[in-house]
Design a protein around this ligand. Structure first.
Ligand SMILES: Cc1cc2nc3c(=O)[nH]c(=O)nc-3n(C[C@H](O)[C@H](O)[C@H](O)COP(=O)(O)OP(=O)(O)OC[C@H]3O[C@@H](n4cnc5c(N)ncnc54)[C@H](O)[C@@H]3O)c2cc1C
Length: 389
């Protein structure tokens, strides 16, 4: 059984079906949405007509599941009993499993900053991106604040991280800058980027950090780091005890673990799932977790989720004697393509934050085309493209 059907869950299903035919393995997937939104494509709503952007970023999954003989349950997971090997949902009877892959991602916790809620605008879901783009265009003048909420995780995570995936927020600020320049109204707006991290692009490596820093300075974008939020009102944001007046805000809200996992004995006490480097639960051998939900400061990114899915499934297939050797364990590394403006992106590959030495970053047209092409191929194949190594 697979819980969650976006980057991590979809890649898990693709790999399960590569190893096991429908006769060998019945697969059930549970998700609260029956379409997948390709989230990296959403930031483009700040540049191009939002409906067009959403159409390009929406993946209808049901026909795909049917073709692959996968049972899809459109439902919300509300609990789990690892002893009985059962999953509980809002509307179906208890669902027994032989092996469980948890890929339900992180949980937006708008409620953890006083006065903050999803009507303050965001970009993490289709409806939020559409709303944000429409509101910003209606009145493109004044102060725009792009704010990342903190990651609400165990203080034991090493290396410590303060935010999840910041990339889309930087992209959104740069795209908005590009939009205003294109319409020759940049001088009527001020753009602020606010993060709880000590530096923007914290885990992306020194070279990428330096390029991001230079880029934002050249574009006249103000940056606030080490942000601690005290509250939000209709016109002001209080951060680090200073009050900042705003005209528009765009949030990546605080991210927490899954509340339905609390008290199940499966999470780390904060709603995140501990795993070994093969993504297997250290206590419950029939449980794996992949993607943003894992209790590690590994990159909270689509690329990492897809790599983890391959390793988790390979490891389980090896335990089932389907393959003769286990896969290599997961090693965290940031693989990042950050769009800057139409036709131009920053590509970076780095494991320095995780103690390695690899560090590469370059701004190029090719990177923009590659990211665009990846989205096209992902949406077209419903995530079944040759999954990255
Ligand atoms: C705007 C934006 C842009 C991004 N850009 C990039 C990028 O350029 N590159 C990159 O690598 N990463 C990017 N990311 C990060 C990337 O999207 C995430 O890391 C990735 O989506 C994590 O995948 P996941 O499968 O672990 O979790 P998710 O994508 O969060 O998927 C979890 C799934 O589980 C379902 N679910 C959750 N709880 C329940 C429940 N209780 N019951 C039923 N279903 C449930 C959800 O509906 C969802 O479908 C971006 C993120 C955002 C928000």
């Amino acid at each position: 059984m697979v819980l969650g059907a976006r980057f991590g869950g979809s890649a898990t299903i693709v790999w399960l079906r590569r190893y096991f035919s429908p006769q060998e393995l019945a697969i059930t997937v549970v998700d609260q949405w029956h379409t997948m939104v390709y989230r990296p494509g959403l930031v483009k709503a700040l540049l191009a007509p939002p409906d067009q952007v959403l159409k390009r970023a929406t993946v209808p999954l049901i026909p795909y599941w049917q073709r692959r003989h996968i049972q899809f349950l459109h439902d919300t997971v509300v609990g789990l009993d690892p002893e009985r090997q059962e999953v509980y949902t809002a509307t179906h009877p208890p669902l027994p499993y032989d092996v469980l892959f948890i890929a339900t991602g992180s949980t937006p916790r708008w409620d953890t900053v006083p006065g903050l809620d999803l009507y303050r605008q965001g970009i993490c879901e289709g409806y939020l991106a559409r709303h944000t783009a429409a509101l910003s265009r209606r009145n493109p003048a004044g102060r725009f604040v792009f704010a990342a909420g903190p990651l609400l995780a165990s203080p034991a995570w090493r290396p410590a991280i303060q935010v999840g995936c910041e990339c889309p927020l930087i992209e959104a600020a740069l795209f908005w800058d590009a939009y205003l320049r294109r319409h020759q109204i940049r001088d009527r707006a001020e753009i602020w980027l606010i993060t709880p991290a000590p530096a923007l692009a914290q885990d992306a490596g020194p070279q990428a950090q330096q390029l991001v820093h230079q880029l934002l300075r050249r574009r006249g974008i103000h940056v606030v780091t080490q942000a601690v939020y005290q509250g939000v009102s209709d016109r002001t944001l209080t951060v680090n005890r200073d009050t900042l007046r705003y005209d528009h805000m765009v949030w990546i809200p605080p991210q927490g673990g899954a509340r339905w996992l609390l008290g199940t004995g499966v999470d780390d006490g904060y709603g995140w799932v501990p795993t070994d480097p093969y993504l297997a639960h250290p206590r419950w051998p029939h449980i794996y977790a992949v993607g943003d939900i894992v209790s590690h400061s590994w990159p909270k990114m689509g690329h990492a989720a897809m790599r983890q899915a391959r390793i988790a499934v390979g490891h389980w297939a090896w335990r089932q004697h389907k393959i003769i050797a286990p896969p290599s364990p997961f090693e965290p590394e940031v693989f990042w393509i950050m769009d800057i403006e139409p036709g131009c992106s920053l590509f970076s590959l780095s494991n320095v934050f995780y103690g390695g030495r690899r560090d590469f970053a370059r701004i190029s047209h090719m990177a923009y085309a590659a990211k665009d092409l990846f989205q096209w191929a992902y949406v077209r194949t419903r995530g079944a493209l040759p999954v990255m190594p």
